[in-house]
Write a protein that binds this ligand. Structure first.
Ligand code: FAD
Length: 265
């Protein structure tokens, strides 16, 4: 009899891209920014919950961030997730991907008995895409990134994933436990059930683990454990688009269009 699956989904809460600014010490200024669930992480949650509905088991959401993330964790639970863990400690602040992956891997190890970790392909603020493979590296697990579909072969106890490659797709079979990332838009994430959210707001306490609970040396996490710092953030002005209305008969419009295209080649 196959053991029920335990799937962990990594969810990052990000400042709305248009609100991203930097503080004096070059860490992100979240105070004035509206926060949202990182878009591809909603696809990761939907993938995890669908797998659970097909093969049984449970889904745990995990996030590293400041205490106010807990309300988002209950929102994610209202999408069909069973449990939520928040890794939160002032020592975790300002982390680059090295300590971020160390901390998330420590949280997943502490959870124990995990078969699959599902992440989004990248975050909308840092956008490095380093975290999924980084977590796999700390755990010594197999990884598959930029996945389109994830299925479970119950007979082989292996995951079958379809992932994008430069020449199209590849379908690979990977052993348990594994870390995967899913691409933005691979599915239509279900809406949170707001009655459930209200219920969780009343009754569900998000488990919070700090550096001590994770047995992590504060010197190895957050800004102290980082090898990179973001020096500055410059917003690039998009190219000014020229609008030109072409009038005339369809034949005249086609001729003018051909001339413009040829002139700009
Ligand atoms: C503008 C900018 C540039 C940056 N450049 C770098 C850089 O070059 N190198 C570097 O090491 N750091 C960099 N950072 C810091 C980096 O953003 C943070 O370390 C961040 O916590 C993790 O990296 P990411 O956002 O790139 O995640 P990604 O690797 O892009 O995220 C992929 C997936 O990992 C999961 N994930 C990521 N963060 C968390 C979290 N906190 N909790 C739960 N799941 C998570 C989510 O599923 C997410 O979809 C940068 C930050 C900013 C704002």
């Amino acid at each position: 009899m196959n053991k029920e699956l335990h799937i962990v989904v990594c969810v990052k809460i990000v400042p709305k891209p248009e609100d991203v600014t930097l503080k004096e010490d070059n860490t992100l200024d979240r105070a004035n920014a509206e926060s949202v669930i990182n878009p591809p992480d909603k696809n990761a949650v939907e993938t995890a919950v669908s797998l659970k509905e097909r093969y049984g088991g449970k889904v745990t959401a995990i996030s590293m961030g400041p205490p106010f993330f807990d309300d988002f964790m209950r929102l994610i639970m209202a999408m069909g997730v069973d449990d939520a863990i928040l890794l939160s400690d002032r020592a975790f602040a300002g982390a680059d991907t090295y300590p971020t992956t160390l901390t998330l891997a420590a949280g997943i190890k502490k959870l124990g008995d995990v078969d699959l970790v599902i992440c989004g392909e990248e975050s909308s603020d840092g956008g490095t895409g380093n975290v999924p493979p980084g977590i796999a590296e700390w755990l010594g697990w197999t990884q598959a990134t930029y996945c389109h579909e994830i299925d479970y072969d119950e007979i082989q106890s292996r995951f079958v994933v379809k992932r994008s490659v430069s020449t199209g797709y590849e379908v690979i079979s990977i052993p348990k436990p594994a870390v995967v990332s899913v691409e933005l838009g691979v599915n239509s994430p279900r809406f949170p059930n707001f009655y459930l959210k209200q219920e969780y707001d009343q009754s569900y306490k998000v488990t919070i683990w700090d550096a001590k609970a994770l047995n992590l040396d504060p010197e190895t996490v957050g800004l102290k454990g980082s090898h990179t710092t973001v020096d500055s953030l410059k917003s690039s002005k998009g190219k000014e688009r020229k609008k030109q209305f072409i009038v005339g008969s369809p034949k005249e419009i086609a001729e003018k269009l051909a001339t413009i295209i040829l002139e700009n080649m």
